[in-house]
Design a protein around this ligand. Structure first.
Ligand SMILES: Nc1ncnc2c1ncn2[C@@H]1O[C@H](COP(=O)(O)OP(=O)(O)OP(=O)(O)O)[C@@H](O)[C@H]1O
Length: 306
């Protein structure tokens, strides 16, 4: 049995009549960076709030680090660090003082502050009031606050929202090192695929409350392998003829093309020879690679919104 840091079973949440999260089975393997991806309003924050015990689920089970969240809430959450929406801190106090408050609350030795400040690269700014920090620095402070208790699981809701490219890069580098250096599992949410694909090793895609894809990132990228498209005079007939002899071919009526899953040149030569031999007129042969963005939009049913 796989060891999951987060394991939900048929997890659901309604707000009034509306079901915002629909029977999702989230499986987050340990030591992975799990990208929780979905368009705005898909249900990411609601899910994360349930995982952290901030709101109740309407039905379903949640296991965090192998334990039932309903039975051991306080115990489990001690091993979970989180940053949901913007971090809460005292703006007039320094980063150091803010971290000191967290160490006192959680009975963590003060020596840990230096370690986490180093980690998030805030040593230089440690004694300046947080109100003088940039958005990226505040976000890093938020992550430092989440890391100070040495959690086994870190949950970050849109950690790069509103950051400039260099701020995004810093957070990205920080997150990537966590599983390796601290044996930590990370779940981070985003509505941007470009965000997730750069850091995540594992991906879950949620759309309108439903988990529509879950698996290793490579499984998603595999779908972006190139396909050969053939423009032909009778695409439906040609596709059927190809399928009859064991090829994979899908017609597209609107564009007079058919799509094949062929990736090798020799195979496409064979297919072309066959079609010409069957008296089809071929107008054009092209190779197309779907971008991850296109796959994401296809999965979430928004391909026409670009
Ligand atoms: N307390 C609440 N009462 C009623 N509806 C709510 C409540 N919280 C969330 N919702 C609704 O649930 C849906 C999902 O919201 P949620 O914040 O989970 O989405 P999200 O994927 O995190 O999107 P975003 O990236 O925009 O935050 C939205 O339509 C939202 O209006």
């Amino acid at each position: 049995m796989t060891d999951y840091a987060i394991d939900t079973d048929q997890l659901s949440r309604r707000f009034g009549q509306r079901e915002t999260v629909k029977r999702i089975n989230l499986k987050v393997p340990r030591r992975e960076i799990y990208g929780f991806l979905g368009p705005n309003g898909a249900g990411k924050t609601t899910t994360i709030r349930m995982l952290l015990g901030l709101i109740r689920s309407s039905s379903g089970e949640i296991r965090i680090l192998g334990k039932d969240l309903n039975k051991n809430r306080m115990n489990i959450l001690r091993d979970v660090g989180s940053l949901v929406e913007s971090p809460s801190y005292y703006a007039h106090l320094s980063g150091y003082k803010n971290l000191q408050i967290v160490t006192l609350m959680h009975r963590v030795p003060e020596s840990r502050i230096k370690e986490v400040l180093h980690w998030v690269r805030l040593e230089q700014a440690a004694h300046r009031p947080v109100k003088s920090y940039s958005l990226g620095m505040r976000q890093r402070l938020g992550i430092a606050m989440a890391l100070i208790t040495e959690p086994k699981l870190l949950i970050l809701d849109e950690p790069t929202n509103g950051l400039d490219p260099s701020g995004i890069q810093e957070i990205r580098e920080l997150i990537t090192r966590l599983p390796r250096d601290f044996d930590m599992t990370v779940l981070l949410s985003s509505h941007l695929l470009s965000e997730i694909e750069q850091v995540a090793t594992y991906v879950g895609i949620i759309n309108q409350g439903e988990l529509i894809f879950q698996g290793p990132l490579e499984e998603l990228t595999k779908r972006s392998k190139p396909h050969v498209w053939i423009e032909v005079d009778r695409p439906i007939e040609a596709a059927a003829a190809l399928r009859d002899i064991g090829w994979d071919a899908e017609p597209s009526i609107t564009t007079n093309q058919l799509r094949t899953s062929i990736t090798e040149r020799r195979q496409s030569a064979e297919m072309i020879r066959y079609l010409v031999g069957q008296q089809y007129d071929l107008y054009r042969v092209t190779e197309k690679t779907k971008t991850l963005e296109e796959i994401f939009l296809e999965l979430t049913g928004q391909e026409n919104s670009l």
